[in-house]
Ligand binder design. Structure first.
Ligand code: SIN
Ligand code: FE2
Length: 213
């Protein structure tokens, strides 16, 4: 399952209209991506945000880019600063931007210009409940989501929270792109199973690229 030593070429798996999984697409870039995550986190450590409803999120987050996504008692939003210390987010590493743009293009979305990269860190038991990504201004731009480290089950649903979901395993190096008619589909991550990944350790990382402003 952990095909660190496989030289199998990446392949595409359609999910829905406007949504596709680029399997193993980030595998070769993974060491550099993981190193860049460490660099960002050294400047802006991962923290567990509080939802507007007062719950502590099980996923720890940080950001890079012009704006970063976060949540607190006032709601979900993007900000140019990390509210915890007032500092701007670290710049998006060129590798991040290039990978996100190329993958968007491969999925049929040219001209993707991400200005935000949310970095999620999942430890065993951490999950992301079904939600829509809808805090962005221009919904014509897709979401590019990169999975690294431990595998997780991604739920990909419809346009109402109660709609049936597809469940797909996302592994190290997999990238999901969704936009167009799928842009507002509900999605989430089931509780992470414990394990140790040879490249990332006992965690899963997810990079979510978006055009926020
Ligand atoms: C998210 O929807 O923000 C995260 C999805 C994931 O972790 O794969
Ligand atoms: Fe999301």
């Amino acid at each position: 399952m952990l095909d660190l030593f496989s030289d199998e070429a990446p392949w595409q798996e359609p999910l829905a209209e406007g949504a596709v999984i680029l399997r193993r697409r980030a595998r070769d870039d993974a060491p550099a991506l993981l190193a860049a995550i460490e660099t960002v986190a050294a400047q802006h450590p991962f923290t567990h945000r509080i939802t507007p409803g007062g719950y502590r999120m099980s996923v720890a987050m940080t950001n890079c880019g012009d704006v970063g996504w976060f949540s607190d008692a006032r709601g979900y939003r993007y900000s140019e600063q990390d509210v915890s210390n007032g500092q701007r987010w670290p710049a998006m590493p060129p590798l991040f931007r290039q990978l996100a743009q190329q993958c968007a293009q491969e999925a049929g979305f040219s001209h993707f210009t991400p200005d935000a990269c949310l970095i999620n860190r999942y430890t065993p038991g951490a999950k992301m409940s079904l939600h829509q990504d809808k805090d962005e201004r221009d919904l014509r731009q897709p979401i590019v989501s990169v999975s690294l480290g431990l595998p997780a089950i991604f739920q990909f649903g419809g346009f109402a929270r109660g709609d049936a979901t597809r469940r797909v395993l996302l592994e190290h190096g997999d990238i999901v792109v969704w936009g167009g008619p799928s842009r507002l589909r509900y999605h989430g991550i089931l509780p992470l199973k414990p394990g140790v990944h040879p490249a990332a350790g006992a965690v899963r990382y997810n990079l979510t690229f978006r055009r926020a402003n």
